[in-house]
Design a protein. Structure first.
Length: 291
């Protein structure tokens, strides 16, 4: 499912959560929606799901999503555990609702996920632990098999082993049933290997949209003698620096041409990759982080 956003703004009274944002997602990829707290991620995903009338345009495969029942049936947004179901309902009822609401629902897959995440079918949602409620939200999102599936921090209540089981399951199911999946997360490094493309937003505005591998290739950590590092990084965009005695490490943003790489070898500098999470942190710095 292709997603097109044009001039989108979301306001809550005098607060602007999304500010004149435009981008397109070509579809059949796993996208990472990254942003600091309060950056507008949840408001953006709500607009993509058709939960609010957009100021601007949001279209899915060319059709507006707001007040469009056909388009909205193709979308599943799992925002947080409280959205999973009425807390007085049994887990088994939640799966029945999923089957009733979604033509693409795969109930056998839902039951296999319930077993994987050890969620008791006969228990009420209110009796589940935080991790189990988070896992139930993930079950709804994945088993919906919706052409546009959005998971808004829905995995954060899980413990580490369960999160890793979720990542494996997500990738395997995406490979078998390609669709457009958008994941909002703060656990960037845990999910980084899954993300094909990232959209970074800050203060309601688009910072960048880039393929994950291309973005990683633009960041380099340069380590060596402090004077040599300073010479090498002159004229480059330096994200951060740290020194220990005569040794210095600098994070730089931007592609390094052949002449730079040759000079690095001449100076005896070590060049290494920067983690996607580190790039995100520096690209969303309150001051001077935008590139």
């Amino acid at each position: 499912m292709r997603v097109d956003v044009r001039g989108l703004s979301v306001r809550y009274g005098s607060v602007v959560a999304v500010d004149d944002m435009s981008f397109s997602l070509s579809g059949n990829k796993i996208y990472g929606l990254l942003g600091r707290n309060g950056s507008g991620k949840t408001s953006l995903m709500s607009a993509l799901a058709g939960y609010r009338k957009p100021l601007g345009a949001v279209t899915l495969d060319g059709a507006p999503v707001f007040e469009n029942a056909d388009a909205m049936r193709q979308v599943c947004l799992v925002r947080h555990t409280a959205d999973a179901a009425d807390k007085g309902d049994k887990v088994s009822y939640v799966l029945e609702y999923g089957a009733a609401w979604r033509e693409t629902w795969d109930n056998s897959y839902a039951l296999s996920l319930i077993d994987l995440f050890r969620i008791p079918l006969k228990s009420k949602v209110s009796a589940l632990s935080l991790g189990q409620r988070s896992a139930l939200g993930v079950v709804i999102g994945l088993a919906s098999r919706s052409p546009l599936t959005m998971l808004d921090e829905s995995h954060l209540g899980m413990d580490t082993p369960t999160r890793y089981a979720f990542y494996d399951t997500l990738l395997n199911d995406f490979m078998a049933h390609p669709r457009t999946i958008i994941i909002s997360t703060h656990l960037i490094e845990e999910l980084s290997s899954l993300l094909e493309e990232v959209v970074i937003i800050d203060s309601g505005r688009l910072v960048l949209q880039e393929e994950a591998d291309v973005l990683r290739s633009r960041g380099t950590e340069v380590t060596g003698n402090a004077g040599d590092v300073d010479e090498f990084t002159a004229g480059l965009t330096v994200l951060s620096e740290k020194s220990l005695g005569r040794t210095k490490a600098a994070m730089v943003y931007g592609a390094l041409d052949d002449s730079r790489l040759i000079r690095a070898r001449q100076l005896g500098l070590e060049l290494g990759p920067i983690a996607l999470q580190d790039l995100f942190v520096h690209l969303t710095e309150p001051v001077g982080g935008k590139l």
